[in-house]
Write a protein that binds this ligand. Structure first.
Ligand SMILES: *[C@@H]1O[C@H](CO)[C@@H](O)[C@H](O)[C@H]1NC(C)=O
Ligand SMILES: *[C@@H]1O[C@H](CO)[C@@H](O)[C@H](O)[C@H]1NC(C)=O
Ligand SMILES: *[C@@H]1O[C@H](CO)[C@@H](O)[C@H](O)[C@H]1NC(C)=O
Ligand SMILES: *[C@@H]1O[C@H](CO)[C@@H](O)[C@H](O)[C@H]1NC(C)=O
Ligand SMILES: *[C@@H]1O[C@H](CO)[C@@H](O)[C@H](O)[C@H]1NC(C)=O
Ligand SMILES: *[C@@H]1O[C@H](CO)[C@@H](O)[C@H](O)[C@H]1NC(C)=O
Ligand SMILES: *[C@@H]1O[C@H](CO)[C@@H](O)[C@H](O)[C@H]1NC(C)=O
Ligand SMILES: *[C@@H]1O[C@H](CO)[C@@H](O)[C@H](O)[C@H]1NC(C)=O
Ligand SMILES: *[C@@H]1O[C@H](CO)[C@@H](O)[C@H](O)[C@H]1NC(C)=O
Ligand SMILES: *[C@@H]1O[C@H](CO)[C@@H](O)[C@H](O)[C@H]1NC(C)=O
Length: 539
């Protein structure tokens, strides 16, 4: 007994010593790290964080404050993006001691300029990837786009694609020199602007990534921005007959949508699983003579709702963008009305397209939309020919997800891009879309993450950082593992199992799990416990 107890003690001591020695070696390697033979890329700093150390970093776009990460080396880079003008971008590469051999890049959001330190920590470090993210060449929060003007093309190009593309090259080089071997494969995760960045890489720089996960991409800027303004104009100004207060949206309108459509998927649970089959009729809410107006809608409000929910917004015989979908009313007050025109959209025209800070969004017309379409600096990522990425020369994979209750970018935009790629690629190649591009719709999920009512935790961008991590890191629960397994093992995801944490708060426990289905399938109740994913199927 004594002897074996001693042996156990000795073994744990030995392990501890070896572990500490290893950490010391990593720490020494981190602080001594310099980058060789990389013109235009300078190491601005390195810092080693032992396992469990406080990581407390804040920039204009992203922040992290935690003491739960494994040991890693943080390398900060200054990358010259235009040598003629001296333009630069700040980029970081985080290198875990316990490296899984892979590289992953992360995207940004809105007009944001700041390294995505949240996903570097909560996705890359926690899953063993060497992670990279860039500030896209400027510093700002997600809403403020004044840096784009007047005609600040160098900054806009960096935000559009250049800073990320150069950072991928620099990041892979850092990985190779730090670990003395290259990353085996390269991945990407991003949502919103991050989704656009991922699609831009697929379209323009197919070699950058082997597999990308894009969420709710803001990839059709020249149509998304006028759509946002158009949606706002349907109900503004506040106090006018057509104005719809937040209380009406989240109260009677949402309730009526649920009354009309919640049971179409077989279960009355407050979640619209397939809004495409919900033909919401707001007329049922029309005010009776003398009825209290906070319990019903006037005719101007009903007309506005028809515009807002129309499956697409058409002007001048031109498809502009998809409308809102029934079911997301809890978020629509935020998306629609602050109660001003959305800052992101106003900034788009004033600073990026028109160089006219006096431009009045209420005068939006078709020629303004065309000015966006024809902008010399391309902010879109809508190319449908992705043969170079998806074809046999590269075999790249795309997992795309979108929340059906997205309040900032209509999920119809995701369907539109997926289907335009589908149509083009089928007509121009022998490839089968299912072999390289799969779209998953998420009932009840709003834009970005950690909001809305529905199973919305599956390892997507910023989810773990926001307190809603995936239930496990296996490919059926974690979208990043799924793209790895698709690229490396040829196992494509057919569905995911996502969790809804009570009040979108992990510490309050899992309220229910649900499958996420591959478009065009949708979640349908099959019978059994409504809180178990196994009670649902994809049809
Ligand atoms: C993190 O840094 C901020 C300043 O950037 C500081 O205010 C805060 O107290 C720090 N948090 C911890 C836990 O040290
Ligand atoms: C780089 O900067 C120069 C000088 O400002 C400018 O003329 C040129 O257009 C820029 N190049 C690119 C690719 O943005
Ligand atoms: C946006 O950023 C600019 C430049 O930093 C700043 O001057 C301006 O006040 C900001 N606007 C808002 C609304 O925050
Ligand atoms: C109308 O209904 C609202 C909400 O139920 C209530 O607060 C308000 O007092 C009512 N107004 C009148 C005039 O009855
Ligand atoms: C942008 O507009 C301002 C104000 O009208 C003008 O002074 C400036 O020259 C314009 N800049 C560019 C690059 O067009
Ligand atoms: C559209 O708006 C722009 C800018 O406000 C204006 O110059 C133009 O005349 C308008 N076009 C039409 C067809 O109304
Ligand atoms: C409608 O589109 C056509 C073709 O792009 C354009 O010539 C015309 O000016 C547009 N009309 C309006 C009212 O914007
Ligand atoms: C589509 O992309 C492939 C690969 O880059 C290219 O060879 C082909 O010419 C493109 N097709 C068209 C019609 O542009
Ligand atoms: C999450 O729930 C815990 C336990 O109820 C609570 O202490 C915490 O403040 C919640 N977090 C947020 C962000 O609401
Ligand atoms: C399902 O979960 C909800 C919310 O946590 C709870 O109120 C309900 O009782 C559960 N239903 C079953 C059948 O367990």
């Amino acid at each position: 007994m004594r002897a074996s107890a001693g042996l156990v003690a000795l073994c744990s001591l030995t392990t501890a010593v070896v572990g500490d020695n290893a950490a010391e070696l990593w720490e020494a390697g981190c602080s001594a790290f310099t980058l060789q033979d990389s013109p235009g890329v300078a190491v601005a700093g390195t810092a080693y964080y032992p396992a469990g150390a406080l990581v407390n970093i804040t920039n204009a776009f992203s922040s992290i404050s935690t003491d739960t990460l494994p040991a890693f080396c943080r390398v900060e880079l200054l990358i010259t993006t235009n040598a003629t003008s001296g333009k630069t971008a700040n980029t970081e590469v985080w290198l875990p001691d316990a490296w899984n051999g892979r590289f992953i890049g992360f995207g940004n959001g809105g007009w944001g300029g700041g390294v995505n330190v949240a996903d570097l920590g909560f996705v890359a470090m926690n899953q063993g990837f060497a992670g990279m993210s860039t500030d896209t060449g400027h510093s700002s929060n997600a809403l403020n786009g004044t840096w784009g003007g007047p005609h600040n093309d160098d900054a806009i190009i960096d935000w559009s694609w250049r800073a990320l593309h150069l950072s991928v090259g620099a990041g892979k080089e850092v990985v190779q020199q730090y670990y003395s071997k290259p990353a085996s494969k390269s991945y990407y995760l991003g949502c919103s602007t991050g989704g656009r960045q991922g699609l831009k890489s697929v379209q323009e720089f197919p070699e950058d990534f082997d597999g990308v996960v894009v969420g709710s991409p803001a990839n059709w800027m020249s149509h998304l921005q006028p759509w946002s303004i158009h949606i706002d104009l349907n109900v503004l100004p506040a106090g006018s007959p057509q104005w719809i207060s937040p209380e009406l949206w989240t109260g009677i309108i949402h309730d009526e949508v649920l009354r009309q459509c919640d049971n179409l998927d077989g279960v009355v649970d407050g979640i619209i699983n397939n809004p495409l089959v919900c033909n919401f009729r707001p007329e049922t809410l029309a005010c009776r003579p003398g009825q209290n107006s906070s319990t019903c809608l006037n005719l101007a409000q009903i007309q506005a709702l028809h515009q807002i929910y129309s499956t697409y917004y058409e002007t001048n015989q031109t498809y502009i963008f998809a409308g809102y979908y029934p079911g997301g009313e809890q978020g629509y007050p935020e998306g629609l009305l602050t109660p001003t025109i959305e800052q992101i959209s106003q900034n788009y025209y004033q600073y990026f397209i028109l160089n006219d800070t006096t431009w009045d969004p209420t005068t939006l017309n078709y020629s303004i939309i065309q000015a966006g379409d024809e902008s010399p600096v391309d902010l879109n990522a809508i190319e449908t020919n992705i043969t170079a990425y998806a074809g046999p020369g590269h075999n790249g994979k795309i997992i795309h997800y979108v929340g059906w209750a997205d309040q900032l970018i209509s999920p119809g935009n995701s369907l539109h891009y997926y289907e335009t790629v589908h149509a083009y690629m089928q007509s121009a190649t022998e490839l089968n879309i299912d072999d390289y591009y799969r779209l998953f719709t998420v009932p009840g999920m709003q834009h970005w993450s950690v909001n809305g009512y529905g199973a919305n935790a599956f390892g997507g961008a910023s989810q773990a950082a926001g307190g809603t991590p995936p239930l496990s890191y296996d490919p059926v629960h974690n979208v990043v593992s799924a793209v790895v397994s698709w690229v490396e093992d040829g196992v494509a995801p057919d569905y995911f199992i996502a969790a809804y944490y009570q009040n979108n708060n992990q510490s309050q426990g899992v309220a229910f799990t649900r499958p996420l289905c591959k478009y065009p399938q949708n979640v349908v109740y099959a019978g059994g416990d409504v809180n178990q994913s196994t009670s649902f199927s994809c049809v």
